[in-house]
Ligand binder design. Structure first.
Ligand SMILES: [Zn+2]
Length: 542
C-alpha cells in the first residue's frame, strides 16, 4: 500500500459531502492516479468518487443509508475509454464478423440473396477483415458472382474499401476502361478487368441505397451499441467524424437521458464550416464537440508511404499508397479551422501522410499557436524518427489503435515484415515523450478494450503471432493510455480517467487481476460490472 496523506483526503471528503451513497470495500483498486496507487476501497456520492483509501478508512464514512458493497477482492480500474471509435459494428447489412473462410462469406451472401427481391442491392456490414479468413485474402468479384449472378453485391470492409460483384459493377458503369478518381484505386485481375475492389475515393463511383432508419430507430441503434460497449468496460468514447445529423441524434439522446456513455466527437468536414451546429468545445461531460476530423491518406491498402509497397502491391516500385487530398488544399483547411478555434484530428497512416500533417500543423501554428490545444494525429502507424520531436513541440496527441492485432498478416504482405512490425510503435512514442491515447477504430477493429491492452503489452496478433515485440509497453502504461491519457486528449483529465476523490465515478470491476495474471488471460478476461457516473450500466457483483 502506498498511501501518504490519504487519511487527510478521506477526512476532508467526508466533511465536504456527508455520508456517501455507496462504499465499495475489500477490492484491489487500481486508481491510475499520478503515482499509480493501489487502494482497497472507495466511496461514491451522486455521480462522483468522494474518497479513496483502505477498507477500514472508507468503512468509517458510511451512514445509515449508505449502500455497502463488498468487492470480495476483485480488481477495479477506471472506466475504459476509446479515443477513436466509430461504432460497435453490426447493423442491417449482411453480418460477416463471424466468417472464417471465403465459403462462410459466400454462404452469408447467398442466404441474403435468397431472401431478397430481384433487383435489391445486397450490402454487408463493415466490421470484418480478410485476415480473419483462413484463405487470408479478399473475396472478389468472381467469387461473389457465383452466389449472386443477378443482384448487385457491395461488401463494405472497414472504412476504406468496397468489393463489388459483376452486377454491381455493371449497375454503376465501372468497366475495364474506367479510370479511378484521384485518391482512389480500382483493383484489377491480371487480364485488366476490375476485380471488384474499390479503395478510398474510388468508392464514390458507387451510390448506395440511402439509410432509411427513422430518428427513433437510430436512437435505438445507438442505445444498443453503447450497451454493448459498456459490457466490454467502456465508459467514454470519442467519435472521429460524425455528421450533423448524428450529432442531433446524440443531443436528443442526452436530452432524454439515454446516454450510458460519455461522448466526445470530431465533426466530419462539412462543405461549409459555418454550417456546424456547435461551437468548439461546446457541451458537457456527457456530450462534447472537440473539433473537426480530416483525412490525408488511405488505410491498410492505401496508407501513403515515402517508400513503395512490397511487391506485388508496389506495382514495380510505383505504388506508395493513396494521398486523398493535395497538400496545399489540406493546409489551407487546417489553417482555416485553427482561425475559427476548432481543434483538428487528422487520419494519417503512412510516413508520407504524417509528413503532410506535420507540415500543415506547423504552418497553422505559425499563424496562431496550437501548442496546448491538444490537436491529434489519428492512427500514426509509421512515424519516422524525426517526426517525434515535431509532434512533441506542437503538443500533439496520437490516437493509437490495435489494427495490427487484427490485420497483422495483411500488413506484412502490403508493407513487408519490417514496416509491419513497426506499425503503431507505442513504445517509441512514449520513449520520445509523445502523448498517446488508446482505442480501436471499431468497427474496423473489434471494440473490446481488453484486446487493445493485450495487444499493446504483448504485440501479439490474432493470426500472425507477435509483431514488433520491442514496441510492447507495460500494463501500467497501457492502462494509462486507455484511461487518463484519453481524458487528457479531450481536456477531461481533471474530471475523469482515474479513481480519485472529486472525479466522475466511472469504473469497471474486472473478473481477474489485470496487473498480475499471465498476459494471455487479459485477452479473454471478463468484465463483471461497469459503472458510469455512479450508475451501473452493465453487470452486477452477485
Ligand atoms: Zn477511423
Amino acid at each position: 500500500m502506498r498511501f501518504p496523506r490519504r487519511s487527510a483526503i478521506v477526512w476532508f471528503a467526508a466533511i465536504a459531502t456527508g455520508a456517501p451513497d455507496a462504499i465499495y470495500l475489500n477490492g484491489k483498486i487500481v486508481t491510475v492516479d499520478a503515482r499509480f496507487s493501489i487502494a482497497q476501497a472507495f466511496a461514491v456520492t451522486g455521480e462522483r468518487f468522494t474518497a479513496v483509501g483502505s477498507s477500514a478508512e472508507i468503512r468509517k464514512l458510511a451512514g445509515p443509508s449508505t449502500r455497502v458493497v463488498d468487492l470480495h477482492g476483485r480488481t477495479v480500474v477506471p472506466g475504459l475509454e476509446d479515443s477513436h471509435l466509430h461504432g460497435a459494428g453490426g447493423g442491417p447489412g449482411v453480418d460477416l464478423s463471424n466468417a472464417r473462410s471465403i465459403a462462410d462469406v459466400l454462404a452469408a451472401i447467398r442466404e441474403r440473396v435468397n431472401g431478397s427481391a430481384a433487383g435489391a442491392v445486397i450490402v454487408s456490414n463493415s466490421d470484418w477483415h480478410e485476415a480473419q479468413l483462413k484463405e487470408q485474402r479478399l473475396p472478389l468479384r468472381r467469387d461473389l458472382d457465383a452466389v449472386s449472378p443477378d443482384n448487385a453485391v457491395v461488401l463494405m470492409r472497414g472504412g476504406h474499401e468496397y468489393i463489388l460483384n459483376s452486377a454491381a459493377l455493371a449497375k454503376w458503369h465501372i468497366e475495364k476502361s474506367t479510370a479511378a478518381p484521384e485518391g482512389g484505386q480500382i483493383s484489377r485481375y491480371p487480364d485488366g478487368e476490375p476485380n471488384g475492389e474499390l479503395v478510398d475515393r474510388a468508392r464514390t463511383l458507387v451510390r448506395l441505397p440511402p439509410n432509411r432508419l427513422t430518428e427513433e430507430q437510430q436512437i435505438d441503434s445507438w442505445v444498443a451499441q453503447y450497451k454493448k460497449l459498456n459490457a466490454a468496460g467502456l465508459t467514454s468514447v470519442r467519435h472521429p467524424g460524425i455528421s450533423v445529423e448524428q450529432y442531433k441524434i446524440l443531443q436528443e439522446m442526452k436530452r432524454r437521458r439515454l446516454l450510458t456513455m460519455r461522448v466526445n466527437f470530431l465533426f466530419s468536414l462539412p462543405s461549409d464550416l459555418s454550417s456546424l451546429p456547435a461551437k468548439p468545445d461546446e457541451g458537457d461531460e456527457w456530450l462534447r464537440a472537440e473539433g473537426v476530423k480530416l483525412i490525408v491518406d488511405g488505410g491498410f491498402e492505401g496508407g501513403w508511404m515515402r517508400e513503395p509497397y512490397q511487391e506485388p502491391y508496389g506495382k514495380d516500385g510505383t505504388f506508395r499508397g493513396l494521398q486523398l487530398i493535395p497538400k496545399e488544399r489540406y493546409t489551407s483547411i487546417v489553417k482555416e479551422l485553427n482561425r475559427l478555434g476548432w481543434r483538428v484530428g487528422t487520419h494519417a497512416v503512412g510516413d508520407a501522410a504524417i509528413d503532410q500533417v506535420l507540415d500543415a500543423y506547423e504552418a497553422a501554428n505559425a499563424d496562431k499557436s496550437i501548442v496546448g490545444r491538444r490537436w491529434a494525429i489519428e492512427h500514426g502507424f509509421l512515424p519516422r524518427d524525426e517526426h517525434f520531436a515535431r509532434m512533441k513541440a506542437l503538443g500533439l496527441v496520437v490516437t493509437v489503435q490495435d489494427h495490427l492485432y487484427l490485420a497483422g498478416p495483411s500488413l506484412v504482405r502490403y508493407w513487408g515484415p519490417k514496416r509491419a512490425a513497426y506499425v503503431t510503435p507505442v513504445r517509441a512514442y512514449l520513449d520520445h515523450g509523445v502523448r498517446i491515447a488508446a482505442g480501436t477504430d471499431a468497427p474496423v477493429v473489434p471494440y473490446p478494450p481488453l484486446w487493445t491492452i493485450y495487444h499493446f503489452v504483448t504485440r501479439d496478433t490474432i493470426s500472425g503471432g507477435v509483431l514488433g515485440a520491442d514496441q510492447a509497453i507495460t500494463r501500467e502504461e497501457a492502462l494509462r493510455a486507455i484511461t487518463i491519457d484519453n481524458a487528457y486528449l479531450t481536456f477531461d483529465e481533471k474530471i475523469k480517467g482515474s479513481i480519485e476523490p472529486g472525479k466522475l465515478a466511472d469504473f469497471v470491476v474486472l473478473a481477474e487481476d489485470i496487473l498480475t495474471v499471465p498476459a494471455k488471460r487479459i485477452e479473454q478476461m471478463g468484465v463483471v460490472m461497469t459503472v458510469v457516473g455512479g450508475k451501473t450500466v452493465f453487470g452486477n457483483l452477485n
